[in-house]
Design a binder for this molecule. Structure first.
Ligand code: HEM
Length: 215
């Protein structure tokens, strides 16, 4: 079928990466906004979480879509990585070397796998936390542990590195590339990752250092 042939083609796979990347980016925007309520106190954060959980069907649909999007991004990303490695070892290597790789682009599979490991720890700790304990208490307890919070901060640094190349790559795939906007695009590839690092990292730092002791 033409659709399957398109999706398994080189441009099809890049499009899957860019579209799933965009959806994950949108998820991160909503997640960072929801979690930023932590800075407004435990009551505000708890009512945000309770409001979210009062719509179980919406949560189920969104979580299922999110899982599919994550799986598509991880599997196609790993496939492209191994495919690229294969061609860079072949006699076509010289063509690949023409593209100059930044540190962020070269480490994409490793930062990606680190984020995957983070997600296992994160979902195990938060999504599957005991239902009789309010989520605000779980967040404070888990992130109050120094090494747990440190692992979170390192993961957010990996996420920032991953996003700095991923965001740029996504825009290239969507054809958003114009001399007039390239300077702005270059700035956004720094501003967005830093924003996530500051807010998510700030939350971990808040509990790790005891600043959130009265949360
Ligand atoms: C300090 C930063 C973060 C905090 C405090 C936080 C908090 C939470 C909480 C409380 C939940 C459970 C929601 C619930 O079921 O009540 C959750 C779920 C989740 N978080 Fe985070 N999160 C953080 C960073 C991140 C990051 C950076 C990512 C992605 C790389 C992420 C991905 C997820 C995913 C995929 C879920 C499961 C969503 C679902 O159940 O549908 N989180 N997070």
């Amino acid at each position: 079928m033409w659709f399957v042939r398109f999706l398994t083609s080189s441009i099809g796979k890049k499009l899957i990466m860019a579209t799933s990347g965009l959806l994950l980016f949108l998820f991160l925007c909503s997640h960072v906004a929801g979690n930023a309520t932590i800075f407004m106190g435990s009551d505000v954060f708890q009512s945000y979480a309770d409001e979210l959980h009062s719509h179980p069907l919406i949560i189920l649909v969104f979580s299922s879509i999110l899982l599919l999007v994550f799986l598509a991004h991880i599997f196609v990303g790993l496939y492209l990585f191994f495919e690229n490695r294969e061609t860079s070892h072949s006699r076509y290597a010289v063509f690949n070397r023409v593209v100059k790789n930044s540190f962020a682009s070269e480490t994409m599979p490793y930062t990606g796998l680190f984020i995957l490991a983070f997600l296992f720890v994160h979902i195990f700790g938060f999504t599957f936390s005991p239902k009789d304990v309010p989520i605000s208490v779980t967040v404070k307890e888990l992130l109050g542990s120094f090494f747990y919070a440190l692992f979170y901060i390192v993961s957010f640094a990996m996420l920032a590195l991953h996003l700095s190349h991923g965001f740029w790559s996504m825009l290239q795939t969507f054809g958003i590339n114009h001399p007039r906007y390239n300077a702005l695009i270059a700035k956004l590839t720094i501003v967005f990752p830093l924003f996530f690092l500051l807010i998510f990292g700030g939350i971990a730092f808040y509990f790790m250092t005891g600043l959130g002791a009265s949360f």
